[in-house]
Design a protein around this ligand. Structure first.
Ligand code: UFG
Length: 317
């Protein structure tokens, strides 16, 4: 099967490219490299450095393709609050263009990177796919709008689609060419920040007065390799006219302090931390109910928080 990976030079997209290739899929990549890195694109793939906002780039990227994994998009909550119009443009308009160009090219299979940010502050945890969707920031709102667009597309144009709602993706993947890992600038994610913490520049703990067992936020971390495994299972299970939504997490929650403890074990030294005020927009607890992905896709995440920390650490060297 020939898969177009949009955003295929980013952290998650580049990992998908490597794993798909290793399993015999043929790959095209469309990425504008605004946050991705062209050097991740392996030999043997068709790489179009271009944009979802350019019809010509899209048409070229879809040549010969059977299915699309759509990772491209802006993904920082804080940035989305400052630049909501850019998030509408890139995420929503970009996805609209992709769906229209897929229709023109006769490509009917789609796996989309959605987000737990579509749910907003949960009323109940663990969060089911049927939970209310009330995003609390423009990033989550754009992901929800795209999910709704895809549902309409499945009904009106009979496409076969899955939206995968990621919780906290972490870890790294060791390919034959070396480690693929987070290379964000600036890095906002907890695990890389904890592992880079120094006495001079300690990692900030955003809030120590949350209503949780140790006062710090609880999140559901899922290893990027398990995440891509779910994408491939979702791709292989697509049904025409159906749009399925799956939560992807581990089903377990870890507090910020528990992540720091896991990192301390992995590095063999204490991690300097600085108790700091709450970060705007953070919910206290986000944990996925992953039973739908387990039962319908036969997906079982197998890599725990220790692997996420040790793989991220190994990728630094
Ligand atoms: N945190 C710190 N210090 C840091 C970084 C993070 O204390 O330096 C805390 C955050 O406050 C939060 C937790 O660690 O409680 C995890 O934060 P991340 O920034 O790693 O991840 P988020 O939970 O904010 O965001 C992730 C994805 C988003 C997605 C969101 C929805 O990165 O794209 O999950 O579940 F929208």
């Amino acid at each position: 099967m020939h898969v177009l990976v949009t955003g295929g030079t980013g952290y998650i997209g580049s990992t998908a490219v490597e794993i798909l290739l290793s399993q015999g899929y043929q790959i095209s990549i469309l990425d504008d490299c605004s946050t991705g890195h062209a050097d991740t694109a392996p030999a043997g793939v068709t790489f179009i450095q271009g944009s979802l906002l350019n019809g010509g780039d899209l048409a070229q990227a879809l040549v010969g393709v059977d299915a699309v994994m759509h990772f491209a998009g802006k993904s920082l909550v804080g940035e989305s609050v400052e630049k909501p119009v850019m998030y509408q443009q890139v995420n929503v308009q970009g996805s609209r263009n992709l769906l229209d160009e897929m229709h023109k090219s006769g490509v009917t299979k789609l796996v989309f990177s959605s987000s737990a940010a579509t749910y907003g502050e949960p009323e109940h945890v663990p969060i089911l796919e049927s939970a209310p969707t009330k995003p609390t920031n423009p990033y989550g709102a754009t992901k929800l709008e795209i999910d709704q667009m895809i549902t309409a597309e499945a009904t009106s144009r009979d496409i076969a689609a899955a939206s995968l709602r990621y919780f906290n993706v972490a870890g790294a993947y060791k390919s034959d060419r070396g480690w693929l890992a987070e290379r964000h600038n600036p890095e906002t994610h907890l695990i890389p920040n904890v592992l880079r913490s120094t006495k001079e520049n300690p990692v900030k703990i955003f809030g120590t007065d949350w209503p949780t067992s140790d006062g710090t936020c609880v999140r559901d971390y899922v290893h990027v390799v398990d995440l891509i495994d779910a994408h491939i299972k979702a791709l292989e299970s697509l049904q025409p006219g159906k749009h399925e939504i799956y939560n992807l997490g581990s089903g377990d929650g870890y507090s910020v302090r528990q992540v720091v403890t896991a990192a301390s074990k992995a590095t063999g030294h204490e991690i300097p931390t600085l108790d700091s005020p709450r970060r705007a927009g953070d919910p206290a607890v986000l944990i996925a109910d992953i039973n739908k992905a387990k039962s319908k896709l036969g997906w079982i995440p197998t890599r725990g928080i220790e692997s996420m920390v040790t793989d991220t650490l190994a990728s630094f060297n």
